[in-house]
Design a binder for this molecule. Structure first.
Ligand code: CA
Length: 243
């Protein structure tokens, strides 16, 4: 959970933004990459928000053989892009204002493997004065929303936080939209988001794995039986002779 000191730090950062513009350096908060990154059926994309423009990923690592992912939406009515904040570069500041969206959208082309399932694994770097997690994420697949669950949350220097979220989708569609959303509960509250990194992986569904396991066991048993049969046949003449 963010400590209260984050509130004063955020206030200092926001009040001193004009003085610290362009003073920071980009940080790569790809702190907890999934062990399956770059495996067959995976993708990874990273936005550092180095410019105020929507568009394709502007950070590394990046791997998506299905096309170009696209940062496609942020509400200009309640957001402000900051060149830097503290030691970090390229920040979106989001304020919770009635009538405006707190969401960022990332449209992702992906593998068309409907018989499989998809793991979504998201890393967020953020700062908020609110002493609780204020950013969530979900995946929109054809209008159906799948919320991600928090896997871990760790403190970073200067009051920032790094949060990992994940979900397993029932299916592996050829495209979906990741939605990152500020979950502020009170009007006027403001938070910052520095980076979004997310990985996807198409995997067999658990029941499919179990079925595959049963199939493998049956295959092994059949192989053992098939090996015993010639052996038995070879012994049989001996038995016949002795009888
Ligand atoms: Ca950034």
């Amino acid at each position: 959970m963010p400590p209260i000191r984050a509130r004063s730090l955020l206030a200092r950062l926001l009040s001193s933004v004009p003085l610290i513009l362009a003073s920071g350096i980009a940080r790569a908060d790809d702190l907890a990459p999934p062990p399956w990154r770059f495996q067959t059926g995976s993708t990874v994309q990273h936005w550092e928000f180095s410019t105020p423009n929507l568009g394709p990923p502007d950070g590394l690592p990046f791997f998506n053989p299905n096309g170009t992912p696209f940062f496609s939406f942020i509400d200009p009515g309640n957001t402000l892009w900051l060149p830097s904040a503290g030691s970090r570069n390229g920040i979106w500041q989001i304020s919770n204002i009635a009538g405006h969206s707190n969401q960022l959208w990332f449209d992702v082309p992906n593998y068309n493997m409907p018989e499989l399932e998809k793991i979504y694994y998201v890393q967020l770097t953020w700062l908020s004065p609110i002493p609780t997690l204020v950013f969530g994420a979900s995946v929109n697949v054809g209008g159906t929303i799948f919320p991600l669950s928090v896997v871990s949350n760790q403190s970073l220097p200067e009051g920032w936080f790094h949060t990992v979220l994940s979900v397993r989708l029932p299916g592996c569609p050829d495209r979906e939209r990741l939605i990152v959303e500020m979950l502020a509960q009170h009007q006027g509250e403001t938070a910052l988001i520095d980076q979004v990194v997310f990985d996807t992986l198409c995997v067999p569904e658990p029941s499919g794995l179990a079925f595959a396991g049963l199939g493998a066991a049956a295959w092994i048993a059949a192989r053992r039986r098939s090996r015993r049969v010639p052996c038995a046949l070879s012994v049989e003449p001996e038995l016949v002779k002795k009888s």
